[in-house]
Design a protein around this ligand. Structure first.
Ligand code: NI
Length: 138
C-alpha cells in the first residue's frame, strides 16, 4: 500500500504537550502516535454513525448501599429489550461494585439504555466503550 508523507503545523506549546504524551504512552515516534489517533477517530466515527448492530462494553462503578440502586439496576436490565451478552461483577471494596457489561444492539438504543443506567443515583463512574468491528481497516 502506498504511503504519503504530510506536514502538520501546530503551536510549540501544543507540540510539547503532544511529545510528553507520546513519551508517556511509549509510542516509538510522532508518526505512529498520529496514525493511532487517526485510527481511533475513524473507529469511533464508524461506530457513532452506524445504524447497524454494534458491540459495546459498558463499565460502571456504583455504591451498592445506595437505596434501591441494585434492585433498580436489575429491573432496568430485565425490562430492556436489547441484548446484554455478559456481565462481570466485582466487589471493589465494602461499599463499591464494578460492573462491566458487553452489550449488543442498535447504537442509539444502547446509548439511551446506558445513559439511563449511568444517571442512576449512586453511580460514581460510567463509560460506554465502542468496540467497532473495524471494517474500515479490512
Ligand atoms: Ni458487589
Amino acid at each position: 500500500m502506498k504511503t504519503t508523507r504530510f506536514g502538520v503545523s501546530m503551536k510549540d506549546s501544543l507540540l510539547e504537550k503532544f511529545d510528553r504524551l507520546i513519551e508517556k504512552k511509549t509510542y516509538p515516534n510522532r508518526s505512529e502516535a498520529i496514525r493511532d489517533l487517526i485510527r481511533k477517530a475513524i473507529v469511533e466515527d464508524e461506530w457513532e454513525s452506524s445504524d447497524e448492530t454494534v458491540i459495546t462494553a459498558f463499565i460502571m462503578v456504583f455504591d451498592h448501599h445506595k437505596r434501591e440502586l441494585s434492585r433498580s439496576l436489575l429491573r432496568k436490565e430485565h425490562s430492556w429489550s436489547g441484548e446484554i451478552m455478559a456481565t462481570l461483577h466485582i466487589h471493589l471494596d465494602k461499599d463499591n461494585c464494578l460492573e462491566a457489561k458487553i452489550i449488543r444492539g442498535n447504537i442509539g438504543e444502547v446509548r439511551k439504555f446506558c445513559d439511563n443506567l449511568a444517571s442512576m443515583k449512586g453511580v460514581k463512574f460510567a463509560r460506554l466503550v465502542p468496540a467497532a468491528t473495524g471494517k474500515e481497516f479490512r
